[in-house]
Design a protein around this ligand. Structure first.
Ligand code: TXA
Ligand code: MG
Length: 342
């Protein structure tokens, strides 16, 4: 299949493909999503196939307004209403108990709950309104790879497998939405994002939850949590904030193969890097770093010779919680240590 590229804001052809039950990748303020009509079972099934996604990992339903959510749920509790009023449209996904039968099993992975998100990017809202249906939208990457933050990333992973890509340039935030479970007695943050824990606690009061890893045989709260994520082909290591980067420079010098360094300008500009080092800038702070993390991992993945990527760590507070959550998954918890120096 030919994958067509559409340039926002002209999205009528993209909306038509969605209505025909085809897949179209679309931009949001977080990452690119792989869009399909959430009310069309055959279209939803194609999403799993194109991504190589396990069928028990449910999809987020993207809506253009709060009213659409009411078609699929029985009640909206006051706390949920406050979340919607405060953070929608925006990078917050809310898990709610589903009105039985209102969405296909393929959307919910067989759960009795579903995930809803009202994105804030104008192009996304336009596409949902023009198509006239809510859109499922997992990140538009091959399962296990870093989420796409440009149309080129999507094309790299999914060309020939989807009908089109709606290109609106690089996404704003760079990490996926915060996922909060509001379907149980106590709210739980299932995935940290740009709507931070502190932001949510200002609306809900203290949140007691576990960001625990789920073993393959356990029934996971967020089914996505048990799968490997964000893994480039190269091995990724986290450089903790306390590490002296001079030791990274000496370690890199001793490596027989090229090394990728993903760090802020303050670090990159401060050292004379050996010839075997390729660098990619995380910019100046946690915001630019979150924006650049997935793009940087993907950029190094295009160098077949780079087998190790070292990435600057941040303190896990505020947006740093989302950044470190993704980086920990990409690195499989591997930290650079001076014990590696010899
Ligand atoms: O920012 C985002 O959320 C992007 C953009 C495109 O909107 N989408 C995204 O979708 O990241 P995806 O499918 O890659 O991640 C959705 C996460 C998965 O970990 C999934 O397991 C979880 O949400 N999820 C979906 N429905 C759920 C449910 N009913 N209960 C618990 N977790 C759910
Ligand atoms: Mg994803």
């Amino acid at each position: 299949m030919e994958t067509k590229i559409f340039k926002a804001p002209d999205l009528s052809a993209a909306a038509e493909l969605i209505q025909q039950g085809e897949l179209v990748a679309f931009p949001t303020e977080t990452v690119y999503g792989l869009g399909a009509d959430a009310t069309n079972v055959a279209a939803v099934e194609k999403v799993y196939k194109a991504k190589g996604r396990p069928s028990d990992n449910p999809l987020i339903v993207h809506v253009a307004d709060q009213a659409t959510v009411r078609q699929f749920v029985t009640t909206i509790q006051p706390a949920v209403q406050r979340l919607m009023d405060t953070f929608w449209p925006g990078p917050l996904t809310i898990i709610l108990p589903l009105q039985p039968g209102s969405l296909a099993l393929q959307v919910t992975g067989g759960l009795t709950t579903a995930a809803f998100r009202n994105p804030r990017q104008a192009t996304t809202l336009d596409l949902i309104k023009t198509a006239g249906v809510p859109l499922v939208g997992p990140s538009a990457n091959t399962s296990g790879k870093p989420s796409p933050t440009t149309a080129q990333h999507v094309y790299h992973d999914l060309k020939g497998k989807i009908g089109g890509i709606l290109d609106a340039g690089p996404t704003d935030l760079g990490v996926e939405s915060t996922v909060i479970d509001m379907s149980t007695a106590h709210p739980a943050i299932l995935r940290p994002g740009a709507v931070t824990r502190a932001d949510l606690e200002r609306v809900l009061g203290p949140i007691v939850d576990s960001q625990k890893q789920v073993k393959p045989d356990e029934v996971p709260k967020a089914p996505g949590m048990k799968y490997t994520h964000y893994s480039p082909t190269a091995a990724v290591q986290i450089v903790d904030p306390k590490v002296d980067w001079a030791t990274v420079v000496s370690w890199s010098q001793q490596q027989p193969t090229p090394v990728g360094i993903l760090a802020t300008d303050a670090v990159l500009n401060h050292y004379a890097w050996p010839e075997n080092v390729a660098t990619y800038s995380l910019g100046t702070d946690i915001h630019s770093a979150s924006h650049a993390l997935f793009a940087g991992l993907r950029a190094f993945d295009l160098h077949p010779d780079i087998t190790t990527i070292l990435v600057e760590g941040f303190s896990p507070n505020g947006l740093g919680e989302a950044y470190m959550n993704r980086l920990n998954k990409a690195a499989g918890q591997h930290h650079f240590s001076t014990a590696d120096l010899r």
